[in-house]
Unconditional design. Structure first.
Length: 485
């Protein structure tokens, strides 16, 4: 009886070993095909010589037997600039042979692309494919990228008057600096990409001459996506911003879009007698990790413009003279993709000193707001800090919508005091319908509340999008005029 049991046990063990071995036999069954997590990989614009980020896909063997991939090959080899890494192996000549995948197992393939100079101004479409041959079955993953030549500036200082055309984009590493008394002119339609922590430093003068149909763009250089439907451009803090350093600098921005940096415009001027001149028109400053405009002792004019979603305030003004007409200042900052929320800084701060209790430095400030909206996610979006009672601090608000505790002054008139429940804009959040949109809705409280006498002036009669403000003979508060359905 005991011997019989041992014989049965031996037979069972042998049977298990035979079956286990048979599971490892590579199948040549032509019905066994591979599955892929994606059928194509698409890279957004890739700058020539710089290289893309890495993307990838998974190859699955969903069959009950192991299979061998006879070959994994880039169809065009290295000709198009694509490169692959297969399960941790960099294949010679972009080709790998006899790659085994066990039953119900998988392997990863990572792909990148380096684009050779295209010697043309417009983006060049590049195509290739990864071909897998398994048991006579030919399967492929399509690859696509747009190669773009760029002019690269690395720690460059402009020592002569210079003009940048829109023929090709510009990529800045570290900084692009404008020397004292020199002028950089940027033509309509130009795009300046800034690498991480890069800046535009102005000791001289800047003329950004955008147009409604050919805006100038300042942004970070990540053109890929964080997720399938989320571009990296939604993440703030990707580049430093513009730094105005000269006490006598002249800066003009017309039809410019700036987004996703740290501080959009930082004006640092210790002089009490000289002030840089900054004029900003039809410009959008959006999604900054610190501040929209931080200014110390400047003469600044801003009109027909939007400053929105800045983690540490949209406007911080310490000393200087400021005029704001027909602007939308809206702070609903919430960088959900980076896990960052706005801090306790209100949208607008006016200060007449450096706020140092031990060594206060006076900074006389004057600020005028007309036909502007100042709002955000906090119940009080304005702070006026008069820390030195003998230093001038002048301000006025006329025909404005203000998210603030009511203030009483002869310099505050025709003001709508806001409530966080007010519905003003098309979209003040990121949701399934799209990105932030600070145009007024038809039912918005901003509608038909602006001072028409100001709106009639030539500088203000066209809104951010060049819509005529007087088409209803009743202009709206803010940068945008409702244009009808």
């Amino acid at each position: 009886m005991k011997n019989g049991f041992l014989i049965l046990l031996l037979i069972a063990a042998c049977s298990f070993m035979i079956n286990s071995c048979s599971d490892e036999v590579i199948s040549s069954n032509p019905n066994y095909k591979l599955s892929f997590s994606k059928d194509s990989l698409s890279f957004d614009t890739v700058f020539s010589t710089i290289g893309s980020t890495t993307s990838g896909f998974v190859i699955y063997n969903r069959n009950s037997k192991p299979v061998s991939i006879s070959s994994i090959t880039l169809a065009n080899g290295a000709a198009t600039g694509f490169h692959m890494v297969v399960d941790g192996t960099i294949p010679a000549n972009n080709q790998l042979s006899n790659v085994e995948i066990r039953a119900h197992d998988s392997l990863y393939v990572f792909v990148s692309v380096i684009v050779n100079p295209t010697r043309q101004d417009n983006p060049l479409l590049l195509k290739d494919s990864i071909i897998c041959i398994t048991n006579g079955n030919r399967q492929s993953i399509q690859l696509q990228a747009y190669g773009q030549d760029v002019e690269i500036f690395r720690s460059k200082t402009i020592h002569n008057d210079t003009t940048l055309s829109a023929s090709k984009p510009y990529l800045i590493y570290d900084y692009l600096a404008i020397d004292k008394d020199k002028t950089l002119t940027i033509k309509p339609g130009s795009t300046l990409y800034f690498h991480k922590n890069a800046s535009l430093k102005i000791a001289g003068n800047l003329k950004a001459e955008g147009e409604q149909k050919a805006r100038i763009l300042f942004r970070g250089d990540r053109l890929d996506k964080l997720f399938d439907n989320v571009p990296y451009n939604y993440l703030s803090g990707q580049w430093n911003g513009i730094q105005v350093l000269g006490a006598q600098s002249s800066v003009s921005l017309d039809y410019v879009t700036m987004n996703s940096g740290k501080t959009a415009i930082h004006i640092t001027n210790p002089s009490a007698t000289l002030s840089p001149s900054v004029v900003i028109n039809h410009t959008k400053i959006q999604n900054f990790d610190s501040c929209g405009i931080a200014s110390h002792n400047a003469n600044l004019t801003l009109w027909n413009s939007e400053i929105s979603n800045c983690r540490s305030g949209c406007l911080i003004l310490m000393g200087g003279n400021y005029a704001f007409v027909h602007n939308t200042i809206a702070n609903y900052y919430n960088d959900i993709y980076a896990g960052k929320r706005r801090d306790a800084t209100p949208s607008v701060m006016l200060l007449n000193s450096n706020n140092d209790k031990h060594a206060p430095v006076p900074a006389p400030v004057s600020a005028q707001f007309i036909n502007c909206v100042i709002t955000g996610s906090m119940p009080n979006e304005i702070m006026i800090s008069d820390t030195t009672r003998n230093t001038p601090l002048k301000y006025s608000f006329d025909h404005c919508y203000l998210m603030s505790n009511p203030m009483h002054s002869s310099f505050i008139k025709n003001v709508l005091w806001g409530n966080t429940r007010d519905q003003l804009f098309v979209r003040s959040t990121i949701n399934k319908d799209g990105y932030y949109d600070f145009r007024a809705t038809e039912e918005s409280l901003l509608r038909k509340k602006a001072d028409i006498q100001i709106s009639r002036l030539p500088a203000f009669c066209f809104d951010m999008n060049d819509i005529y403000r007087l088409w209803e003979n009743a202009p709206d508060i803010g940068a945008y005029q409702w244009q009808g359905k």
